[in-house]
Write a protein that binds this ligand. Structure first.
Ligand SMILES: [Zn+2]
Ligand SMILES: [Zn+2]
Length: 356
C-alpha cells in the first residue's frame, strides 16, 4: 500500500456491488471547507442497498456519511477551526437559498448535496467538508462514539417529533436495530417510564436485553398489541415508534397507540401497507397523531438542534452508544463487513470502519 501526501486509501464504489480499496487523490479543501482525517465511519443501514442494489447518483463514489475525525487542514476563510480539532460532520450540504433552508430545515432542502451518496464521503482516510457542517467533539467522547452522532440525531429527532415530553410516558419501539435501540436509549434518557421493544430476530432481542432493556419482546411469540395493552392497563402506549418499516408493524403501532397518542413513522417502508377500515376509524376516533420523521435537525450555531444535543448527551453519559458497536474493521475489511451485513452472515448492530 503506497501512501504519499497526495494520495489516500478509499473504498471506491465503481458500480452496483463493485467497491474496491484504492489509492486515490487526496481531496483539497476549497474556501470555507476543511480536510478531515477520518477516525471512524459507521456503516449505515442505507449504505447496504446503496452499495449492492440501488447504487449512488453517479460513479465512482466514496460512501460513508456517519463519521468523526480530526481536522488536517483548513481551506481559505475558515475561522474558528484549526488543525487537530476533533470533529464530527453533518453530512447534508444545504443550498441555503430555498424556503426550507431559509427556516433552518436543512433536511428538507430542495437542492442539497450529501457526503457519502451524492458527493464523496468517509469510507476513506480523508474527506472534505464545509466548515459550517462541523461540530466539535466534546472531551470524554471518543471518535467511535462521535461517529454515531448522525444515527443518534436521527433517533432523537424521531422522538422530538412527538413534542418530546416523555416523562412518565410509555414508549413502544418496533425494530431493535441500531436506530431502534438509540430511540429506546433516548426515551430512557428523556424520562419515559415504560419502554417496550419489539423484534423478530432472537439475537437482536438478546442483544437489546444485554443493553439493559427489560421489556424486549419477540413479536413472533407475543402479539405486540396485547403486550402493550397488558403493560398499560389497556390504555395503549403514549408513543409508538415504527422503526422496522414493514406493513405488519405499522398496523400494530396504529392499533397499540392510546387515545391522543403519537405514532412516529421512522422505518423506511419495505412495501405498501393496506389499512383496514375499522383501524382507520379507531385511529380517527382516538384522534391519533401520526408523525413522519426525516433525518434530523442541524443548526450550525448549535441552537437546540439534534446534533449538538446528541453530542452533549454522549458527554454527560445520558446516552451510551459504545455498547452498540459489535464490529470495528480497518478500511481493508470494510467491503467484507458490508457483505456480511448484506448476507446477514453474522449478528451485528453497529459496524464501524477504522479509517486510519
Ligand atoms: Zn445513516
Ligand atoms: Zn435549500
Amino acid at each position: 500500500m503506497t501512501r504519499t501526501d497526495s494520495t489516500m486509501q478509499a473504498l471506491v464504489l465503481h458500480a452496483v456491488g463493485d467497491a474496491r480499496l484504492e489509492a486515490v487523490a487526496r481531496p483539497t479543501p476549497g474556501d470555507g471547507a476543511v480536510l478531515v482525517r477520518v477516525g471512524y465511519c459507521g456503516v449505515c443501514g442505507s449504505d447496504i442497498p446503496r452499495t449492492f442494489v440501488k447504487g449512488t447518483y453517479s460513479f465512482p463514489t466514496i460512501c460513508g456519511h456517519e463519521f468523526a475525525g480530526t481536522i488536517e487542514t483548513c481551506g481559505g476563510g475558515v475561522e474558528g477551526w484549526s488543525a487537530g480539532d476533533r470533529v464530527t460532520v453533518f453530512p447534508l450540504i444545504w443550498c441555503g437559498k430555498c424556503p426550507p433552508c431559509e427556516q433552518g430545515s436543512y433536511a428538507q432542502c430542495h437542492k442539497y448535496d450529501y457526503l457519502g451518496s451524492r458527493s464523496d464521503g468517509a469510507f476513506a482516510q480523508y474527506v472534505v467538508a464545509p466548515a459550517r457542517n462541523l461540530l466539535s467533539v466534546p472531551e470524554g467522547v471518543s471518535l467511535q462514539e462521535a461517529a454515531m452522532t448522525e444515527p443518534a440525531a436521527v433517533a432523537l429527532h424521531a422522538l422530538r417529533r412527538t413534542g418530546g415530553a416523555l416523562v412518565g410516558q410509555s414508549v413502544a419501539v418496533w425494530g431493535a436495530g441500531p436506530i431502534g435501540l438509540m430511540v429506546a436509549q433516548w426515551a430512557r434518557a428523556m424520562g419515559a417510564s415504560q419502554i417496550l421493544l419489539f423484534d423478530v430476530v432472537a439475537k437482536k432481542i438478546e442483544f437489546a436485553r444485554s443493553l439493559g432493556f427489560e421489556n424486549v419482546i419477540d413479536s413472533r411469540q407475543h402479539d405486540p398489541v396485547e403486550a402493550i395493552e397488558s403493560a398499560t392497563q389497556g390504555q395503549g402506549a403514549d408513543v409508538c415508534v415504527e422503526a422496522a418499516g414493514v406493513p405488519v408493524t405499522m398496523i400494530q403501532a396504529l392499533k397499540a397507540v392510546r387515545s391522543s397518542g403519537e405514532v412516529v413513522l421512522l422505518g423506511n417502508p419495505a412495501a405498501d401497507v393496506t389499512l383496514p377500515a375499522p383501524l382507520i376509524s379507531t385511529a380517527m376516533r382516538r384522534e391519533v397523531n401520526i408523525r413522519g420523521t426525516w433525518n434530523s435537525r442541524y443548526s450550525f450555531t448549535g441552537d437546540g438542534d439534534d446534533w449538538h444535543a446528541a453530542l452533549k448527551a454522549m458527554a454527560s453519559k445520558a446516552i451510551d452508544l459504545k455498547g452498540l458497536i459489535t464490529h470495528e474493521v480497518a478500511l481493508e475489511g470494510a467491503f467484507g463487513a458490508m457483505q456480511m451485513m448484506k448476507e446477514n452472515s453474522e449478528f451485528y448492530c453497529k459496524v464501524l470502519i477504522r479509517a486510519n
